[in-house]
Design a protein around this ligand. Sequence first.
Ligand code: MG
Ligand code: MG
Length: 266
Amino acid sequence: MVWQRNIVVKTDEEIEIMREAGQINVLALNTIRSMIRPGVTTAELDEAAEGIIRDHGGVPTFKGYPGPYPFPATLTISVNEALVHGIPSGYELRSGDIVSVDCGTTYHGLIADSAFTVGVGEISRDAQQLLDITEKALYIGIEQMHAGKRIGDISAAIQQFAEGHGYNVPREYSGHGVGRQMHEAPQVPNYGRAGRGLVLRPGITLAIEPMLLVGTFRTRVLPDQWTVVSADGSLTAHFEHTVAVTKNGPLILTPLEEVVDGRKKG
Ligand code: MG
Ligand code: MG
C-alpha cells in the first residue's frame, strides 16, 4: 500500500517529547473538564485552554489548521449531535448537554492529540451509556496496539465493540498517525477488518479516536464548514488518546489521570 511508505517511525527521544506535549495537553483538558458546567460558554473554555498550553511552552496545534479556512480556535468543542470539529462560540452549555472537547498541543515540534466527552449537569441514562461505551471503545482499540498487530485489528475491535452495543461509527472521520504532523499516515478508521493494513512496530505513534453515533453512521458538515454533525441529529461521542507502540506494548502519551498541575492525582 502506498501509504505504508510514508510511515514515520519515532525515536525514543521523539516519543519522550510527545509525552511532554501530552502532559500539557492533558493539563489543558483536565482544566477544561473542571470548568464544564451549565452557563459556561465554549469560547471561555477555549480561551482557558490556549492560556494553559502557551504558559507551558506549547503551541495550540489546531489554531490555524488548514481546512475550508484556517481553524480559528485551540479546541474543537462539539455538543450533542456535533461529532467533531465544532468551533468554540458564545454558546452557553446547558444541563443535559454532552460536550466533546478535542485538543492538540505542539511542543518542541512534536504533537499530542486527545479528546474526551462529558455530560453537563444531569444527563440522561442513554447519554451516559453512550459516553461509557465510547470511552471503553478507546481502550479496546488501544489494547490492540502491540508490535506485529495490524491497523485493521484496531479498527475491527472498535467497530465490533461499538456495533455490539447498538451504536454506529462514522466512515469519513478516522484516527491517524501523529508526530511532527497532526495527521500523518496511516489512517486508523473506526471500522475495518482484522488482519488487514499496516503491521505495527515500535516507534509508530497513533491517535486512536473512536467516534460513536446513536443513530445513523452518516454525517454532514454545518454551514460553518467545520462542524461535523450526525445526519439524523442523534447524539454522538468521541474519545481520543495519542499512543506509541513500544516493545512492551501500547504506551498512552496523553493519560488523563496523570497530570493535574504537574502532580499525579492522589
Ligand atoms: Mg483530536
Ligand atoms: Mg486526532
